[in-house]
Design a protein around this ligand. Structure first.
Ligand code: HEC
Ligand code: HEC
Length: 252
């Protein structure tokens, strides 16, 4: 079959225009530009400060073109300045912004997921507290679908600074019972009258107030920060690929 050359060329250009770079070097170049020019107003991880959060659904739904145009032209009438950068740099910036909102399973990963798997179930001792794909332990959250539920920056933060944000239902708790026993685990639920504590063997203790001598809830996570930060890229890559439905044949 013959397809006119000009049509082919047009399709190739259109596809090129819509795709943002995925490789780690481009994303990293975008991150550096972001930290230099944008983080003052939009926050170090896009959470927003003087400028709005860039983690919103609004920004996630902007097409690559709209993102690039917003950065290039600014938003007249607001304090969002224009950045007259080379096209390549604009694309790096837009690609980096994408990683802030894309589920990790759809994002380009920074390391080797197989090495991450070996660490997860081995030297880094993650599987002592977490299940992934039906293997592992308690009382940490099951990470089988975590790549679909979190962004790459969120995973990185969880691994390096576990106490920054505590997953709901996973506050660290130590309960002393009236009979003298103590239970270490996470509080699934607690009130003035009862507490439900999941211990590190996966057993859920339903405790009523009259059985409890002391309920101590900790502010920090039960999870220790990663002992060797050089393992973070591989672990995050492994976590990013934990998704029960696989990658959503999605947009970059
Ligand atoms: C001086 C502060 C400032 C700087 C620096 C800045 N922005 Fe903004 N940005 C804003 C403000 C304020 C808005 C919201 C404007 C409005 O719609 O009211 C905004 C909006 C945006 C939006 C659209 C958000 C939305 O919800 O519609 C994007 C995307 C964005 N900025 C990206 C960037 C990038 C990328 C950089 C760095 C290259 C950057 N900004 C630098 C202040 C800033
Ligand atoms: C001592 C038990 C323990 C160990 C060891 C541990 N974790 Fe955790 N982890 C937890 C608990 C409890 C939470 C929930 C509280 C929180 O958000 O910090 C958690 C939270 C997480 C989360 C966030 C989950 C979410 O829903 O956002 C990720 C990701 C994670 N851990 C990965 C790891 C990795 C990777 C390792 C190995 C380097 C590891 N954990 C080691 C107990 C542990």
């Amino acid at each position: 079959m013959m397809v006119p050359m000009r049509l082919l060329l047009f399709c190739a250009l259109a596809a090129h225009a819509q795709r943002l770079p995925q490789d780690p070097a481009s994303i990293d170049a975008g991150r550096q530009l972001y930290l230099g020019s944008c983080s003052g107003c939009h926050g170090a991880t896009g959470e927003g400060s003087q400028g709005p959060s860039l983690l919103s659904g609004r920004v996630a739904r902007m097409t690559p073109q709209a993102l690039i145009q917003t950065i290039k032209n600014g938003l007249p009438g607001t304090t969002m300045p224009n950045f007259n950068l080379a096209d390549e740099k604009l694309r790096h910036l837009a690609a980096f912004l994408r990683t802030l909102t894309a589920p990790a399973v759809n994002a380009p990963i920074p390391g080797d997921p197989e090495r991450g798997r070996t660490l997860f179930f081995g030297a880094a001792k993650c599987s002592g507290c977490h299940m992934a794909g039906g293997q592992g332990g308690y009382p940490g959250p099951d990470l089988t679908n975590i790549g679909a539920e979190r962004t790459l920056p969120q995973l990185r933060e969880s691994v390096l600074k576990p106490s920054e944000r505590i997953a709901v239902g996973f506050r660290s708790a130590i309960v002393t019972l009236r009979d003298g026993r103590t239970i270490h685990g996470v509080a699934k639920n607690h009130s003035n009258y009862d507490a439900q504590i999941l211990d590190n063997r996966g057993q859920l203790h339903l405790l009523s107030r009259d059985g409890i001598a002391k309920l101590e809830l900790r502010d920090g996570s039960l999870m220790p920060p990663l002992a060797d930060p050089s393992q973070a890229n591989d672990l995050v890559s492994f976590l990013a690929r934990q998704a029960t439905r696989g990658a959503e044949g999605g947009k970059p």
